[in-house]
Design a protein around this ligand. Structure first.
Ligand code: PLP
Length: 360
């Protein structure tokens, strides 16, 4: 067996310890005589797994009592529609546009109400985050929507907008559990698991109780109604059972390794290795303005598309995968989520130096 450094933006690397434990438990979980995959979600074994996953997540983040935790399906993409369907009580919301994922969220929200784009960084192809201090919100807006870490462009908020009494809804898909989260600042936080937390197929939501207490503006099909999932402890229908189990193992791994403060420190250290080199390089250029750089998705390029392609080709000999940038930014992208060890980042930088040396 030999594991490689996988720089994928998602699905992405998971901690090796977690994969090993899952492998060891594959055929017989906890003397149940079956795999977690084969278990009824109504069994006492599975109830313990999901209860423990939620308790560990609450402990890890410090989620206040007045927030519900949901484990659903549909990815972040389904939430683009479910957020307005559930929480556009009066029928309008403010959106901050910082990239592809907010554009998609805006498009879906427009199907259900009035959407005001209150700030955008599209003028410079999303190389920055608009100044949160200058943002003005509509007092009548049902919520303000933002995406914290912009996976494709590689930008990240360094402070959050102050929305007063208006609930702040945040897509944290690609930075969830990469640093401490002050949940009180938000009405809703959600994240698809496959970037930083677990396998694809699980979407985690943290929703403040008062939002769930009010009925949606129009009747919703059961699966679309967050209230129904909350009342049923994410078990209204069959949840993504195996995925939740893996997420639970990741939560335990995080707790064991110093929690989110330690994770933030490790992620800052890792990203610094890469950004310091990018700032000193005469060949590679980082994509995002310095003050808004993501710790998770590092976007950069060489002087030409041909050289980017050559870089990707050369990366194969070190078995680095998924370094190609998104087609909208071009260039290159290294996603260095929680499970990427610093050795992986150092090895990548060593290859970049070698490549730069060869192209002097
Ligand atoms: C990946 C991603 C999405 C889309 O997630 P799906 O699980 O594919 O629906 C949405 N928002 C952000 C920030 C992402 O990184």
């Amino acid at each position: 067996m030999s594991r490689i450094y996988n720089f994928s933006a998602g699905p992405a690397m998971l901690p090796e310890e977690v994969l090993k434990q899952a492998a060891a438990e594959m055929l017989d979980y906890n003397n149940s005589g079956m795999s977690v995959m084969e278990m009824s979600h109504r069994s006492k074994y599975y109830q313990a797994i999901i209860d423990e996953a939620e308790a560990d997540l609450r402990k890890l983040i410090g989620i206040p009592e007045n927030y519900k935790v949901l484990f659903l399906q549909g990815g972040a993409t389904l939430q683009f529609a479910l957020i307005p369907l559930n929480f556009m009580f009066k029928g309008k919301a403010d959106y901050i546009n910082t990239g592809v994922w907010t554009k998609k969220a805006i498009k879906d929200a427009k199907l259900y109400g009035e959407v005001n784009v209150v700030a955008s960084s599209e003028d410079r192809n999303f190389k920055y985050i608009p100044d949160v201090k200058k943002m003005k919100f509509d007092k009548d807006a049902d919520y303000v929507y933002m995406c914290d870490n912009n996976t494709i462009f590689g930008s990240k908020y360094k402070e959050y907008p102050d929305t007063g009494d208006i609930p702040l809804v945040c897509d944290m898909s690609s930075c969830f559990l990469s640093e401490p989260i002050d949940v009180k600042k938000f009405g809703v936080i959600y994240a698809g698991a496959q970037k930083n937390v677990g396998p694809a197929g699980v979407t985690i939501l943290i929703i403040r109780d008062d939002l769930l207490a009010k009925p949606a503006r129009t009747p919703l099909p059961a699966y679309f109604d967050y209230r129904i999932h909350a009342e049923n402890g994410s078990m209204y229908n069959t949840p993504p059972t195996y995925g939740i189990y893996i997420c639970g193992l990741v939560f335990k791994w995080l707790l064991k390794n110093g929690g989110l403060e330690a994770r933030k420190k490790a992620n800052e250290e890792k990203a610094k290795v890469l950004y310091d080199y990018l700032d000193s390089s005469k060949l590679f250029t980082p994509y995002v303005d310095k003050e808004y750089r993501s710790l998770m998705n590092v976007t950069f390029r060489t002087p030409s598309d041909e050289m980017d392609a050559e870089f990707l080709e050369g990366a194969k000999k070190y078995r680095f995968t998924n370094l190609k940038g998104h087609r909208l930014t071009g260039g290159l992208r290294a996603s260095i989520y929680n499970a990427m060890p610093i050795e992986g980042v150092r090895a990548l930088v060593a290859y970049m130096k070698e490549f730069e040396e060869a192209h002097k």
